[in-house]
Design a protein around this ligand. Structure first.
Ligand SMILES: C[S@@+](CC[C@H](N)C(=O)[O-])C[C@H]1O[C@@H](n2cnc3c(N)ncnc32)[C@H](O)[C@@H]1O
Length: 242
């Protein structure tokens, strides 16, 4: 019997990313990302590379766009779903004003502990409130207090991809009109455009289907304006319109 071809899994993340050109990806990193990356962010990225699931860290080229958008909306109060070792969290904390605050939710505190020394070193620990939990109950708890509605300027969603569609309804209530929600990985390695899924393992296929569904929903949601960027693994930027 023939051995079946290996299915594409989360561990097969290609360094070339969506560009499918390692050289071009490297060019972008070396030309515009790394020269402007804070030293402490570089250190956190290096420390994360020793972790067995280091592919989970957000793409280097996402840092600048995250920071830029946070500053554009004058973000002071933000939300992050999916912290891992805290790269995007540290980018956020560095972009917030001194009295800014970010609520960061993740059920795995051990990985946050890997990044915490760098957050402390950067002098931004006072801007971070880490909540050790899965996200949905925390969002529901926040929404129990009407004062939280429309009180966030910005949200970055980067966890538990199959639940993005459920996060959307909740996060949209928490973010103010004119505020932004960023959804990471929405092009899922380019697989959202694949006609034939037979090369994907079960998890990749399940997540692909949820992104195909989410992408359609976001594109037809009249409460937001979106731009889907081929940055990193696909980043959908949404602005709340009303
Ligand atoms: C892709 S990583 C986040 C990467 C991070 N934003 C960064 O910049 O490195 C996903 C994280 O989501 C967390 N996670 C998994 N399920 C979750 C859930 N239901 N709610 C919140 N976080 C969850 C995992 O523990 C993991 O740390």
């Amino acid at each position: 019997m023939e051995t079946p071809p290996k299915k594409v899994s989360m561990y097969d993340v290609d360094e070339a990313g969506l560009l499918q050109s390692k050289e071009l990806n490297q060019y972008i990193l070396e030309t515009s990302v790394y020269p402007n990356e804070a030293e402490v962010l570089k250190e956190l990225r290096d420390a994360t590379s020793a972790q067995p699931q280091s592919f989970m860290i957000c793409a280097g080229e996402e840092g600048p766009i995250l920071s830029l958008l946070l500053k554009l909306v004058n973000a002071k109060k933000t939300l992050e779903i999916g912290v891992y070792t805290g790269y995007s969290l540290l980018v956020t904390a560095l972009a917030l004003p001194e009295d800014g605050k970010t609520i960061a939710i993740d059920p795995d505190r051990s990985m946050f502990e890997v990044g915490l020394p760098f957050i402390k070193k950067a002098g931004v620990e006072h801007k971070v409130e880490f909540i050790e939990s899965i996200a949905l109950p925390v969002l529901d708890k926040l929404l129990e207090d009407p004062a939280n509605e429309g009180s966030f300027d910005f949200a970055f969603v980067d966890a538990d991809k199959q639940n993005y569609v459920h996060y959307h309804e909740r996060v949209l209530k928490l973010v103010r009109v004119g505020g932004m929600i960023l959804y990471d990985n929405t092009l899922w390695g380019g697989t959202v455009a694949w006609k034939d899924d037979s090369g994907l393992d079960e998890f990749m296929k399940e997540v692909k289907d949820s992104f195909v569904d989410l992408n359609k929903k976001l594109a037809s949601d009249s409460r937001i304006q979106i731009s889907q960027l081929p940055v990193g693994d696909g980043l959908t930027v949404c602005m709340r319109l009303h």
